[in-house]
Design a protein around this ligand. Structure first.
Ligand SMILES: [Zn+2]
Length: 342
């Protein structure tokens, strides 16, 4: 993913429109930076337009030790760029984990600056009684342009994949009265050569189009994206390109555990796998900690290794995702989708 400079905060709406129409008047610097300190966010309460009713239900929890072990195993595959043997090994590892579940595949050849490369989104579907779908997504690829640098993406690509594997354990075999939950392992999130509107989020751009054509898109009540969530020093930023009411629900979930200091303390504007869905009116939230090492110095470097991560951070994010799903299920109705951008 990539984050825009603070001054682009005011241009968020314009930028979303740019993404939506596929043109490229405003180019975003491919260099990511930590959230700018001068960009003082409104508190979540100030933007609250929608708050779930409080309740006293027991708090769900993931098995963080198991999730962390998956992170180790995913990182141990090494670099996992599109079209590589390691990428194929990881696909097989994910699919072996999902044996017995309902799994869909969105496989296609993407046109990239390095020629045609295979992209493979993996979707595992857990049915619910309520009409509608909650997507929890995360990417499993690592950048093609970093394939020979020793980059293993323990946090970036590793933690997000591991989280989905652990969430699959949580939903597997359970009957749900709530919405269906689809776990989406996105592919081709990373740039092949350098991040632009067309060299990034290959998998989700393809899938958002596909689901628009086949009528799935209007059924999606919420798209929860998680990326780089293993950092031992966990600071999930408040992404200006995410849906405010959905951030409010996430914040409410976090508050129930006393985890709220890890969420939304600083603002940023992220371009990640949620954007192709946001631009089609789907409510989205990007849970990302792009403050990884001092000034984000571990990001996209060989320093992105398991020793920088903590099972505690995965516990926090995994628990909050489960509780967010539960809160969404408990609501009598969700706000209507945003109007589609032209
Ligand atoms: Zn990345």
């Amino acid at each position: 993913m990539i984050t825009s400079p603070a001054r682009l905060h005011l241009l968020t709406t314009l930028l979303l429109a740019v993404v939506a129409c596929g043109c490229s008047r405003e180019k975003i610097s491919p260099k990511a930076s930590a959230p700018s300190p001068e960009l003082v966010p409104a508190t979540v309460a100030e933007t609250a337009s929608f708050i779930a009713p409080p309740d006293t239900a027991p708090l769900p929890a993931i098995n963080a030790a198991r999730a962390f072990q998956y992170t180790r195993e995913v990182a141990a595959f090494g670099p996992r760029p599109l079209g590589s043997a390691n990428h194929k090994k990881l696909e097989d590892y994910i699919l072996a984990h999902l044996k017995g579940d309902t799994v869909d595949h969105d496989s296609f050849m993407a046109d990239t600056p390095e020629g045609k490369l295979p992209v493979h989104n993996i979707i595992v579907k857990f049915p619910g009684a309520k009409d509608g779908i909650i997507i929890v997504a995360g990417h499993y690829d690592t950048p093609y342009y970093l394939r020979n640098t020793g980059f293993v993406g323990a946090n970036d690509g590793g933690s997000s994949t591991a989280m989905l594997l652990e969430l699959a354990n949580q939903f597997h075999g359970k009957k749900s009265d709530g919405y269906s939950v689809w776990l989406l392992f996105t592919d081709g999130e990373e740039a092949v050569r350098q991040w632009t509107d067309t060299d990034s989020v290959y998998g989700t751009r393809h899938l958002a189009d596909l689901w628009q054509k086949d009528g799935t898109l209007p059924k999606i009540k919420a798209f929860l994206l998680q990326d780089m969530i293993g950092d031992a020093d966990l600071n999930i930023q408040r992404d200006e390109n995410s849906t405010a009411w959905l951030q409010d629900v996430v914040n409410q979930a976090a508050t129930r555990y006393g985890y709220q200091s890890h969420f939304f303390q600083k603002a940023t504007g992220d371009f990640d796998d949620h954007i192709p869905f946001a631009s089609k009116g789907v409510p989205v939230v990007d849970l990302i900690d792009l403050d990884y090492g001092y000034s984000n110095s571990f990001w996209h470097t060989p320093q992105d290794t398991v020793d920088k991560l903590s099972p505690r951070s995965m516990q926090i994010v995994g628990d909050v995702i489960l509780e967010t799903v539960r809160l969404l299920d408990a609501l009598p109705a969700l706000p209507p989708p945003a109007a589609k951008k032209p």
